[in-house]
Write a protein that binds this ligand. Structure first.
Ligand code: NAD
Length: 277
């Protein structure tokens, strides 16, 4: 049987990249989805592609009213909400801390952290009422290790990860699970969108991304969608409060090819004993 038969989901940032691929996978697995995004044309087009089990809701995640409207659309149509995937995001403000205008800091946190908070806030009442639910928030390896993303973005993603953990502690008693998926380097329009460049540049990233982690290929939206499917499905029914990295090993450490030659060359060693010189 399909993994998400009879389930419903709201996916923010659902018009592009990771969110769009997750919407496709969820529908293929039997779910009904609301695609919530500020890119109306793309969101409408994806909803048409996915057929009667997908609806688009025009949504800026900084707006409490619009986030609530996306959740209400799922509840009005289908009477329940099984998965809230708080995924909308962008790269945020770039540059050194002492050059960043305070309002650009606020905007970055507002999209990345307030947006997730609002998605959780408005999904929780329906999930409490039905006695189940899975909230999945998109973090990043930038929120786990320093230097893997812009400064404010990285701090915001760390906040998303911790918000997910504290919420998991609060909501477990209602059988609501909260987890984070933390992508590594995934070929999507994100970087281009953030600085207003065309999406056609995505494929230019692929060679560069293939060199950034032990697994020698760029990450793809489907890699993340598969993890979100696991977190949304009953297969993960005992998993909560986790930040699951899907990154080809990028955040784990230094790839073998970049480690010191001294570690990589085999040499016979002697057993050290202080009395035997
Ligand atoms: P993407 O640009 O393809 O998709 C992001 C979507 O979010 C877009 O459709 C965009 O319109 C939407 N969005 C942005 N700001 C919004 C707002 N204020 N309100 C509503 N919608 C908004 O990029 P993606 O890579 O699929 O990004 C999805 C998530 O994954 C983001 O949270 C991002 O930070 C995270 N992430 C991406 C990578 C990567 O390498 N691509 C790595 C780590 C984390």
């Amino acid at each position: 049987m399909a993994e998400l038969e009879g389930r419903t989901a709201v996916i923010t940032g659902g018009a592009s990249g990771i969110g769009a691929e997750t919407a496709r996978l969820f529908v293929a697995e039997g779910a009904r989805v609301v695609i919530a995004d500020m890119q109306d044309e793309r969101g409408e087009a994806l909803a048409r592609e996915l057929g009667p089990r997908a609806f688009f809701s025009s949504c800026e995640v900084r707006s409490e009213e619009q986030v609530k409207a996306a959740v209400d659309l799922a509840l009005d149509r289908w009477g329940r909400l099984d998965c809230m995937f708080n995924n909308a995001g962008f790269g945020g403000v770039l540059g050194p801390i002492d050059a960043i205008p305070a309002d650009a800091f606020d905007l970055t946190f507002s999209v990345l952290v307030r947006g997730v908070f609002l998605g959780m806030k408005h999904a929780i009442p329906a999930m409490k009422a039905q006695g189940s639910g899975s909230i999945v928030n998109t973090g990043s390896i930038a929120g786990i290790t320093a230097g893997r993303g812009p400064q404010v973005y990285s701090a915001a993603k760390a906040a998303v990860i911790h918000l997910s953990k504290v919420s998991a502690m609060e909501l477990g008693e209602y059988s609501i699970r909260v987890n984070c998926v933390c992508p590594g380097y995934i070929a999507t329009p994100l970087a281009a969108n953030t600085v207003g460049r065309p999406d056609s540049l995505i494929e230019d990233q692929v060679d560069d991304f293939a060199r950034r982690q032990p697994i020698p290929r760029a990450g793809r939206p489907r890699d993340i969608a598969e993890a979100v499917l696991y977190l949304a499905s009953d297969r993960s029914s005992f998993v909560t409060g986790q930040a699951i990295t899907v990154d080809g090993g990028a955040a784990t450490g230094v790839p073998w090819s970049e480690q010191k030659p001294f570690y990589r060359e085999f040499r016979p060693i002697r057993v050290y004993h202080p009395d035997r010189r």
